[in-house]
Design a protein around this ligand. Structure first.
Ligand SMILES: *Cc1c(COP(=O)(O)O)cnc(C)c1O
Length: 278
């Protein structure tokens, strides 16, 4: 084990910084140094929140017992995000994003839609709050300028795209969107943070369906939103308003944490990029 992970007298901030210098695979498995053994190591690994389950935040007083709390923190560290929110599915993560940032009359620019069930469901979710999807060909980032109106709030796209695997230029799209004061949310499901970390290219929010490569075993479902702490707080407040249908089960979080342990080695390309940037 790397000496940086060994117990010793070390400042917590310094330890976190050292931890972020470690390789990706190491960070999928280990936790940063903590002065006392984390409480979850002494408790049940699939623990919920001491019986209070969905009624409180996963990181409440007893939060460090919760598998979901561990998963949120681990995903945030791997994406280079300040904070994370884990939800019951990828689509629920999208809906939480929409309900947090769009109101009736607002518009969301999306990459030109392909005819998939996901595109159909996305339209339903956006219309349910009275907002509108505005398709644009984001392979040309200047399409944002041609599609924007006074009601545009956010630009949303997946890359690599599902199902065609087109690659969009996150940095260029973000630069254009930010110039108009729009937020940018990127679906990174296909690449996973092993291969692509959109926040490092300027995006504000990353969404994942955890049901695919991140879980890796095809035995559970989950979704995540990662970004700045203030953005995640706003999303978390929205989640609390619809908690009965958005909360992931502790066992699902446990299974996804297990999948993360070997995520880097299951993908065909291994990378050894610098640690998260925040
Ligand atoms: C699979 C997928 C989803 C749906 O995720 P669920 O976790 O099944 O709800 C959303 N977006 C993309 C890009 C996907 O590949």
């Amino acid at each position: 084990m790397n000496s940086k992970l060994a117990l010793g007298k070390q400042d917590a901030g310094e330890a976190e910084a050292d931890f972020n210098d470690l390789g990706f695979s190491t960070r999928t498995i280990h936790e940063p140094f903590q002065s006392a053994p984390p409480r979850f190591l002494r408790g049940a690994p699939q623990s919920s929140n001491c019986g209070r389950t969905t009624l409180v935040e996963p990181h409440g007083v007893d939060g460090d017992l919760s598998a979901t709390w561990q998963l949120e923190n681990k995903l945030a560290r791997l994406e280079g995000a300040e904070a994370g929110l884990v939800l019951s599915s990828g689509l629920v993560a999208f809906r939480t994003l929409v309900r947090s940032f769009l109101a009736a009359g607002d518009e969301m620019i999306v990459d030109r839609p392909v005819c998939t069930d996901t595109a159909y469901l996305m339209r339903e979710i956006v219309s349910a709050v009275g907002a509108r999807l505005v398709p644009a060909d984001l392979s040309d980032p200047e399409a944002i300028g041609r599609s924007i109106t006074a009601r545009t709030r956010i630009v949303y796209f997946d890359t690599p795209t599902n199902p065609l695997n087109n690659i969009l230029d996150i940095a260029a799209i973000t630069e254009h969107a930010h110039a108009y004061g729009l937020k940018v949310a990127v679906d990174g499901t296909f690449a996973t943070p092993v291969l692509q970390r959109p926040l490092g290219h300027g995006a504000d929010i990353v969404r994942h369906s955890l049901s695919k490569y991140i879980t890796g075993h095809g035995d559970t479902i989950g979704g995540a939103l990662l970004g700045e702490a203030t953005v995640i707080r706003q999303l978390r407040e929205e989640r609390l308003r619809q908690r009965h249908e958005t909360t992931i089960s502790p066992q699902a979080s446990f299974l996804i944490l297990r999948g993360l342990n070997t995520l880097a080695s299951t993908l065909p390309i291994r990378t050894a990029p610098a640690g998260p940037t925040f």
